[in-house]
Design a protein around this ligand. Structure first.
Ligand SMILES: [Zn+2]
Length: 174
């Protein structure tokens, strides 16, 4: 995917995430969009720095770099949303090009792509970018709305199980 595609994807993703986190459509929604958009766009631009420094599609297109970006909020309490931009850059390079990326670089040079990947300059590139964006927003909505309820339900189940086990122990004791 070219720079234009990466930026458009990051901007649309930021707007979508703003509405997913704050669906009210008021000042809070726009505040959230402002909060996430610049970090996500910067993250989406970052991997292609390896066109100038290192080997393109390898040096900054791998899981190690993603891990480093993910560690920043934990260790330094900054760059909170940059990882989203890096992830979406990887996804778009896998789907939106024929070539793929070296996910396990520097351990392994092999570049992983998809047979359905469309050419960067083809007329399908924008359609692919929009489809990837829609898919990512569905995943984001799942993480924000479905997953917490799921975890909570499982937690309640676990509490229920512990209660049953406790009762069994009491029965055995008696
Ligand atoms: Zn790239």
């Amino acid at each position: 995917m070219n720079k234009r595609g990466h930026v458009l994807n990051a901007v649309l993703l930021s707007i979508g995430i703003g509405y997913i986190i704050q669906p009210s459509g008021d000042v809070e929604t726009f505040r959230t969009i402002a909060e996430v958009s610049v970090p996500i766009v910067l993250g989406a631009l970052f991997p292609d720095v390896d066109t100038a420094f290192g080997k393109h599609r390898k040096t900054l297109h791998n899981l190690l770099v993603l891990g480093v970006v993910l560690a920043y909020p934990i260790y330094f309490d900054n760059l909170q949303f940059v990882w989203i931009g890096v992830v979406t850059h990887y996804v778009l390079d896998v789907f939106g090009s024929k070539r793929g990326i070296a996910l396990f670089y520097p351990l392994w040079d092999e570049e992983f792509g998809l047979p359905i990947g469309v050419n960067v300059s083809s007329k399908w590139a924008d359609a692919m970018m929009l489809s990837v964006t829609a898919f990512e927003l569905a995943v984001a909505a799942f993480i924000v709305y479905v997953l917490p309820a799921e975890i909570q339900a499982q937690g309640q189940q676990a509490v229920g199980l512990r209660a049953v086990e406790g009762l069994q122990q009491v029965v055995v004791f008696l």
